[in-house]
Design a protein around this ligand. Structure first.
Ligand code: GLU
Ligand code: ZN
Length: 311
């Protein structure tokens, strides 16, 4: 299946930001961890712009993100991959799943699903209301995939064994939205396959999506990547650092100390004198000493007040 030849490196990692705003500290932290993990394993490190959700893209954000990565010395391999240039890949994956008779059109509105959950319980799990609908009888619909009997199990490098009955936990999920855009779950597996990604390092907030993605990888006959889900950065109130909460861009005027403190947050214990070193030296130290094991006992990390990377 994999078109890559014998010379394929054993490790291809990636950082896949959504260009909804400038890079904030939480994303820089994820970028750094995936970079260090890739370089420590003599792997490639790719950057992909996850811009499939077109209405959420902020003008200029992709370029700003790339400039910030460069300012921090996080240099990537190969050319940048933009999801929005690969819609044809998603279309063919969708056609393959459709040929397996696993897809159906869902016309439920958000309100309908909320009302249903209020009366019948079940929370966010899709209750299968549209399972018997046919594509040719509908015109305004999202595309869902049947998850019957899918029991997914994988070992996360940090979080350990994770197993889930996909249908019981999530129900049938959306792979193409009503607005005709491909859903993140489908796009991410198709992209990771297209880029030959072998190792995924990302925030623990995406752990919940992983079984859906493994399910799709198995159906499409893709090799399964290895996963490592990192604790996420939170503010003093325990809210995830994100564009929504800490909207500010990371301060890139003085990258060395920011990298140093990020290494500390990643529990890498860099020696004190490294704080005054050049970004390249700090990264070099981080690459050769990289050991994610101390992150195992954490799901959240909170940068101290006045953290240098926050403006
Ligand atoms: N684009 C996603 C995000 O910014 C990350 C996708 C992934 O790492 O799988 O949250
Ligand atoms: Zn429905």
């Amino acid at each position: 299946m994999n078109p890559l030849s014998k010379s394929t490196p054993i490790y291809i990692g990636r950082f896949a930001p959504s260009p909804t705003g400038p890079l904030h500290l939480g994303s820089l932290y994820t970028a750094l961890a995936s970079f260090l993990d890739a370089r420590h394993h003599q792997g490639k490190w790719l950057v992909r712009i996850d811009d499939v959700d077109i209405p959420r893209n902020a003008p200029g954000a992709a370029d700003l993100i790339l400039k910030t990565l460069e300012a921090f010395g996080l240099h990537w391999d190969e050319t940048i991959y933009y999801e929005s240039r690969h819609f044809n890949h998603y279309e063919s994956a969708l056609a393959r799943l459709k040929a397996l008779n696993l897809l159906y059109p869902c016309t439920c509105s958000r309100k309908k699903l909320a009302d249903y959950a209020q009366h019948h319980g079940g929370g966010d799990r899709y209750p299968g209301i549209c399972r018997d609908k046919n594509f040719h009888e509908q015109n305004d619909y999202a595309v869902r995939i049947r998850t019957n009997g899918a029991f997914i199990e994988f070992i996360d490098r940090l979080q350990g064994r994770f197993s889930e009955n996909l249908n019981a936990a999530h129900g049938d999920f959306i792979i193409k939205r009503k607005d005709h855009l491909f859903a993140y779950q489908l796009a991410v597996v198709v992209d990771d396959q297209a880029q030959g990604v072998t190792h995924i390092v990302r925030g623990i907030d995406l752990l919940d999506s992983t079984s859906k993605q493994i399910f799709l990888q198995m159906l499409l006959g893709y090799p399964l990547p290895s996963y490592m889900h990192l604790p996420i950065l939170v503010d003093q109130k325990g809210q995830k650092l994100s564009k929504q909460t800490y909207a500010q861009a990371v301060d890139q005027r003085n990258p060395g100390p920011v990298l140093f403190h990020l290494l500390q947050l990643l529990k890498q214990a860099p020696p004190e004198e490294l704080i005054d070193a050049l970004p390249q030296e700090i990264l070099q130290w981080g690459i050769s000493h990289w050991n994610p094991a101390p992150l195992q006992s954490w799901t959240q990390l909170c940068p101290s007040n006045g953290f240098v990377g926050l403006n």
